[in-house]
Design a protein around this ligand. Sequence first.
Ligand code: ASP
Length: 330
Amino acid sequence: MNGRRKFLKLSALTTGLFAFEKGRAGQLIETLAKPAIKPIVISTWRFGVEANEAAWQILRKNGKALDAVEAGVKVPEGDPKERSVGLGGRPDRDGRVTLDACIMDENMNIGSVACIEHIVHPISVARAVMEKTPHVMLVGEGALEFAIAQGFKKENLLTPESEAEWKEWLIESKYQPKVNIENHDTIGMVALDMNGNLSGACTTSGMAFKMHGRVGDSPIIGAGLYVDNEVGAATATGHGEEVIRIAGCHTVVELMRQGYPPELACKKATERIINSAKKRNKSLSEIQIGFIAINKKGEHGAYCLQKGFNYAVYSPEIPNKLMDAKSIIK
Ligand code: ASP
């Protein structure tokens, strides 16, 4: 190896920019890998654009991905006009707004709350569970008691709009989640910061008019969210019962570990959802699932079951754009 080549190899190794690629004949060729696209933040649905904006303000100043994802998802949580998250979220069939949220950082720290009432920012309670308790998940009354002890304010989350809609629903009282119509929807956000660390957050009021006590995928680490700092991060939206069944986001991350780029990993996980539904003779037309993911290189991707799912991307290359995810059912 000549001197210049040796130098390149050494500096690439020390900066983590060294990679191997398969040549035409299948041989391994040493290459200089592209530097990662950093920072990057992606999040689910239309409200992801505004949420990304808040996250970006932290990421662009060299802030931590963990702080960025928390700040990002707090935007729709605090907005009463966003009717599937936080304040003004749609209630359960008893007229109670119960929220689910979880958070995960680059060191496998996790925190989660499920079926918590009266707190506008369940994501911050999830973070407090992660940072201030020996546990990873608190539910219902216990989660609320903990939140109040931590100084969170107890509030009424049932806005007049949500209450009116619930009263109308009571007339027929039929539980029927709709595909792509916002009577559910979750904000899930994953980010890679300038230091190359990944984190994620996920928060929702879950399926509208669910049974009291129902918990979906969103507060369940491995289902609604998963982060592995060596590989990538993924989050999900849609019918939580289906996502839990296949440990959705853990599956996406494991597929990325096997070398699949984010979009393909999300597609493969969506195919598993289909296989699981087929086994149970569940009609696919009743289900929507969307996965979004990023990897350590800052590449992003998404996939969904039915057409109509979109996600927001903010990176040095993409200045906060809403993108349509590809779907299995066209
Ligand atoms: N995944 C959420 C849940 O099942 C709802 C959604 O994202 O649409 O609670």
